[in-house]
Design a protein around this ligand. Structure first.
Ligand SMILES: [Zn+2]
Length: 317
């Protein structure tokens, strides 16, 4: 078990209860148990029911065994939205900050509504950082959690789960974290919500999408030397990373909304299944693996399980 999780829980206990009740007679085990039960009550109030189990055996004094499901607690604590502040350093972009904190640019835009253009932040600016992906919604008159959930297409329960505050009666302007949502104005603020970037820089297009050799070529071939960095065309979750027959070393990225991209014939894969990747992040090095007649990247875009012509979705180059 990761020691930081244990540390986190203990930090929480001591933060919540700085003043200790004197329980000298009962011994240290009893004090520990007292703290835990108090912590449990506090945690219940903020995070919903916790699974902290105590099993007491009263003997020649006090003997207590406490079993804590630290993983569960740590997970709950981590899933509640928390903000911190980052001061922009000279030369730093919103992209750099997003990578530093492990969240996406859309989330940073979503929690910093004062950023008019995501490409234009200045050294010294204070940027709000959040620990989960999503956006911040400012409640309007008469709005409820259900209304907000409907607006962003998320479950009201998800909203309640990540917000530590009471959301039963929202005040006008009250900030509500909407997990998994993106700010509606992201594209207007320079975000790349719907656009792809080229997965490699340079290279000649050696084969287009369409009929080829009596079959159908479902992607775009870009001839590049082995070892060329291959980048995620768009942010998303890695849904496949490994060997895929004729495709050789392949990465598939699920971008949500029925959009999937594929990167084939690589020499080396750098990300594993289940990881989140940012647009432009290097995910592999190109190669000549699988059924390939020379070093190149085979790139596909799928919409709702059908391959489409990537050229139509990539920016001009
Ligand atoms: Zn190909």
């Amino acid at each position: 078990m990761a020691s930081w999780k244990i540390l986190l829980v203990f930090c929480m206990i001591f933060l919540v209860f700085p003043a200790q009740v004197s329980l000298a007679e009962e011994g240290p085990d009893f004090r520990f148990f007292q703290r835990l039960s108090l912590f449990q009550r506090e945690a219940d109030g903020h995070l919903g029911p916790m699974d902290i189990r105590g099993d007491e055996t009263w003997g020649n004094g006090v003997q207590l065994e406490v079993q804590i499901r630290i993983d569960e607690i740590a997970e709950r604590v981590a899933s509640v939205a928390r903000f911190s502040t980052h001061q922009v350093q000279p030369g730093e972009t919103l992209w750099d900050i997003s990578r530093k904190y492990g969240i996406d640019v859309a989330t940073l835009a979503g929690v910093n509504h004062d950023i008019a253009n995501v490409h234009n932040i200045r050294a010294g600016d204070e940027i709000r950082v959040i620990n989960i992906r999503g956006t911040v919604h400012k409640a309007k008159q008469g709005e409820t959690v259900d209304c907000i959930a409907g607006e962003y297409g998320v479950c009201p329960e998800e909203i309640r789960r990540v917000n530590a505050e009471d959301l039963n009666s929202l005040e006008i302007g009250q900030e509500v974290v909407v997990p998994g949502a993106k700010p509606a104005d992201f594209a207007e603020r320079g975000g790349t919500l719907d656009s792809f970037v080229w997965p490699v820089t340079g290279g000649r297009i050696s084969s287009h999408f369409g009929p080829r050799w009596g079959g159908f070529h479902e992607g775009l071939d870009i001839a590049v030397p082995t070892g060329t960095p291959v980048r995620a065309a768009k942010e998303g979750w890695v849904s496949f990373s490994g060997w895929n027959g004729g495709y050789g070393n392949t990465i598939d990225i699920d971008h949500g909304g029925g959009v999937v991209t594929r990167y084939a014939h690589n020499s080396r894969l750098l990300v594993s299944r289940g990881s989140f990747v940012y647009q432009g992040q290097v995910i592999a090095y190109s190669g000549n693996t699988g059924r390939s007649t020379g070093p190149h990247l085979h790139f596909e875009i799928h919409l709702n399980n059908r391959p489409v012509n990537p050229i139509r979705y990539l920016p001009p180059r």
